[in-house]
Design a protein around this ligand. Sequence first.
Ligand code: E4P
Length: 217
Amino acid sequence: MKIFIDTANVEEIKNAYALGIVEGVTTNPSIIAREGKKFEDAIKEISGIVGDETYIFGEVIGLEADKMVKEAHEISKLHKKMIIKIPMCAEGLKAVSLLKKDGIRTCVTLCFSAGQALLASNAGAAFVAPFLGRVDDIGWDGLQLVSEIAEMFAVQDIKTQIVAASTRNPLHVIGLAKCGCDVATVPYKIIMQMIEHPLTRDGLQKFLKDWESVPKN
Ligand code: E4P
């Protein structure tokens, strides 16, 4: 399963990218707003860090299909492997199918049901983004949702990739990998939590301490 980083923070992207484990960067309007930069500037800066071959996801703001399509064409010019996030709605599906004909790859975002995911794939989306954390937040089961979509796509041999969003902890990421999800987009904090383990830290300290007693000459 691929890991993308869910941030527009330049330091976080630089640090995560240097680890060699990140294959994409996802943003949304809230993530961009946190950085206090113009959208175009933020995307260009990220593009400069990750290079041409890494996916960057940027979202349209328009609510009508024609506006989404126009915005998508503009956003696509900012980075070679740009994926356009389109909100799940009737106008969004229309935009996805029009953009597919134009050769622009899309991700249907704000997906909260298997039915929405199926329609996104039928419209021609390259990615669909179920928000598992927000499903958990209302007392439902986000991993169950992603698992259902993964099973449905496998049975139907659907090529749309699932990029699970709104991940909140390492257990989400492990659960996603086990259920056959294609991509987990995760905040920087989760990547750090996945790296660290108290037994790894203690084990390393012991190795270094014991090494002091090894004769050196
Ligand atoms: C992807 O970029 C999604 O918009 C994002 O993961 C949503 O996360 P949140 O539910 O923590 O805001």
